[in-house]
Design a protein around this ligand. Structure first.
Ligand code: AHG
Ligand code: MN
Ligand code: MN
Length: 331
């Protein structure tokens, strides 16, 4: 497809035509997510000049302060998706329970999960943040939407992606046919195809961990990190932004590994399987990389609860596999 002239809608339409039985429902969902992300991008970009910075007066289900932009982004994602007749429910990092479709609207066969604003501690300091999303087919009969519809492993994802609000806004997306990247042209307000068939390098030179947690990691994890630091053949460099989307995006394009392992305070780490780990694991696998919790492939983990956390190690195949070997005692 021709770069620059292919907007997201055309790309989705051409993909849809490859499947003769496709109804267009799915294309519509992605278009609405892209629409919400443009509204969020506009708000993110003016966050410094209007009174939207700072904390809202609420705490989310994980006991973290909710930033105003978290609340705003969550509302925009829900508003963009609740009326389209293609979903039977939504799941958001910011909502304790699954989000039902209002009775006044028709329902459909898909469910969408999202982290509406990832990296929220970076909002106030003008550093890249993002939105992460995943789309599943509902599994329960009828179209009421139940928690069961959300407790699916990442292998069942129909599509996933993220939007990064960085020096430009980009949407990166897969529906199981490789990974494509679209850059928002603010002049026309369209996402234009800018990165075709993204592949992550097999080995990277970047590692991204919050090393302040080092003393709380197991000796196996500490030894893994030490092995990267002292590697004589490859001079690794550390890069850690503290916005998963931004750290992941950089490593996807340049090669490397991001890890948020469990530690003595938080045995399952910090990140959520459904809203963060699984959607990015699908992207990375489609790009030729890998994601593990140390033992299991992230895409094979079936969640037991919608807000379940998981250790996450994600990026280039070589570094992710090496981590798994350290944790399982193979090296
Ligand atoms: P969120 O803003 O959606 O709660 O996610 C924050 C996450 C993630 O973006 C990042 O990788 C991680 O928090 C950083 O955590 P630390 O500050 O503990 O390093
Ligand atoms: Mn997040
Ligand atoms: Mn978030």
């Amino acid at each position: 497809m021709q770069k620059g002239l292919t907007n997201l809608n055309r790309y989705l339409l051409e993909e849809q035509r490859k499947y003769p039985h496709a109804t267009g429902d799915f294309t519509f969902i992605i278009e609405q997510i892209a629409f919400a992300s443009k509204i969020i991008a506009r708000e993110v970009n003016k966050a410094g000049i209007v009174n939207i910075l700072g904390k809202a007066q609420s705490v989310n289900v994980h006991g973290e302060d909710q930033q105003k932009l978290d609340v705003y982004s969550n509302a925009k994602m829900i508003e963009a998706l609740d009326h389209i007749g293609k979903l039977c429910a939504m799941g958001s990092e910011e909502c304790e329970d699954i989000v039902p479709i209002p009775d006044k609207y028709p329902k459909g066969k898909y469910v969408v999960v999202f982290d509406p604003l990832d990296g929220s501690s970076n909002i106030d300091v003008n550093i890249s943040i993002g939105t992460i999303f995943g789309v599943y087919r509902a599994v329960t009969e009828g179209n009421q939407g139940t928690v069961e519809d959300f407790l699916q492993s990442g292998r069942n994802l129909v599509a996933s992606g993220y939007v990064i609000y960085g020096s430009s806004t980009m949407l990166v997306y897969t529906a199981g046919n490789g990974v494509s990247g679209f850059t928002l042209d603010p002049g026309v307000g369209e996402f234009l195809l800018s990165h075709e068939n993204i592949k992550i390098p097999e080995k990277g030179k970047i590692y991204s961990f919050n090393e302040a947690n080092f003393d709380r990691w197991t000796p196996e994890i500490q030894n893994y990190v030490k092995s990267l630091r002292s590697n004589k053949e490859r001079q690794y460099t550390g890069r850690y932004i503290g916005s998963l989307v931004a750290d992941f995006h950089r490593n996807l394009l340049k090669g490397g590994v991001f890890a948020y392992p469990g530690d003595t305070n938080n045995p399952n780490g910090k990140l959520r399987l459904l809203y963060e780990a699984a959607p990015l694991a699908y992207i990375v696998e489609q790009a030729g990389g890998a994601a593990t919790d140390g033992i299991n492939n992230i895409l094979d983990i079936k969640p037991e609860g919608i807000h379940q956390r998981t250790p996450l190690v994600i990026g280039s195949k070589y570094e992710v596999e090496l981590y798994r070997k350290y944790v399982t005692g193979e090296v």
